[in-house]
Design a protein around this ligand. Structure first.
Ligand SMILES: *[C@@H]1O[C@H](CO)[C@@H](O)[C@H](O)[C@H]1NC(C)=O
Ligand SMILES: *[C@@H]1O[C@H](CO)[C@@H](O)[C@H](O)[C@H]1NC(C)=O
Length: 261
């Protein structure tokens, strides 16, 4: 592990608007446009037989000695913007795997969140993904995980093992300050000013824990003017949303470059 250099760049702004947390679950806002899946825009392909039994979107150079597993939000891997992100991470020199952790059973407004999470616990998914990480490692690849919402919790769980070299979580769902006490690898946290799942206050609690653990490098940033989902389910016709999502992606890639390459 590199010298225990700790980075902190946190601009917490507790705007009054953020205090009035909305009751509705932001995890379901701006659903992916599945009709745009596939076609010439996608650089990768869907494979059906990865170790662990996963279907996955894979992209980037299979020969790369560095693999990135991107863990989706509750909408799963059939998401054009997530695949675009995966392609861009691939262009940065990585082999990228976006597993279908839900076997097609994505969350939607009609499903009971509690029930759905019981069937698709990110903690259990991290266990189930062990064969996938083992196979990538056996191929001589070092691995990092980038996770969004549900995938944020998945990433943190994997980050508690020795399977990966670094993780980046964007607007995570159900990640706790206690998780930060036991994460083993360098962790980057990308939050949003108006995220009601992981509000800036909670990001600051993560930082408070990590600051006392000099052995674990971290970086945290709260993006201003955006909500939960800003990094992978942004409004593609809103220039500010596009720019902010591109920034989040750049931060994630830099983090992987720093702790994986
Ligand atoms: C969702 O499921 C839980 C656990 O089974 C149950 O307690 C709850 O009432 C359900 N919620 C709705 C809105 O149906
Ligand atoms: C997306 O952004 C455009 C341009 O700012 C706006 O007109 C439109 O209402 C937004 N769409 C959604 C779903 O928020």
């Amino acid at each position: 592990m590199p010298s225990a250099q700790v980075f902190l760049c946190l601009a917490v702004m507790l705007a009054a608007a953020a205090a009035t947390a909305q009751a509705h679950l932001q995890c379901l806002d701006n659903p992916p446009e599945r009709s745009l899946l596939g076609g010439q825009a996608e650089a990768g392909e869907v494979v059906h037989d990865l170790p662990g039994g996963f279907r996955a979107y894979v992209t980037g150079a299979a020969s790369s000695s560095h693999a990135i597993v991107l863990a989706s939000d509750v909408y799963g891997f059939e998401a054009p913007l997530l695949r675009k992100i995966a392609d861009k991470v691939g262009e940065a020199g990585y082999f990228v795997v976006v597993p279908d952790f839900f076997n097609g059973d994505y969350l939607d407004e009609k499903k009971n969140l509690t029930e759905w999470l019981k069937a698709h616990s990110p903690v259990k998914a991290a266990e189930d993904a062990k064969p996938l990480f083992a196979a990538l490692t056996k191929e001589g690849k070092t691995i990092a995980v980038g996770g969004y919402c549900w995938g944020g919790k998945f990433s943190v769980e994997v980050g508690k093992t020795n399977e990966v070299k670094s993780v980046c979580i964007s607007h995570p769902y159900s990640v706790t300050a206690d998780d930060m006490k036991v994460v083993k690898c360098p962790i980057e946290i990308l939050g949003a000013q108006y995220d009601t799942s992981t509000p800036p206050k909670l990001v600051y609690r993560f930082v408070h824990v990590l600051r006392q653990r000099e052995e674990v490098p971290y970086y945290a940033k709260v993006f201003q003017g955006v909500e939960h989902g800003f990094a992978n389910r942004y409004n593609t016709t809103d220039p500010f949303a596009v720019k902010t999502a591109e920034q989040a992606l750049a931060y994630m890639i830099s983090w992987f470059d720093k702790y994986l390459k």
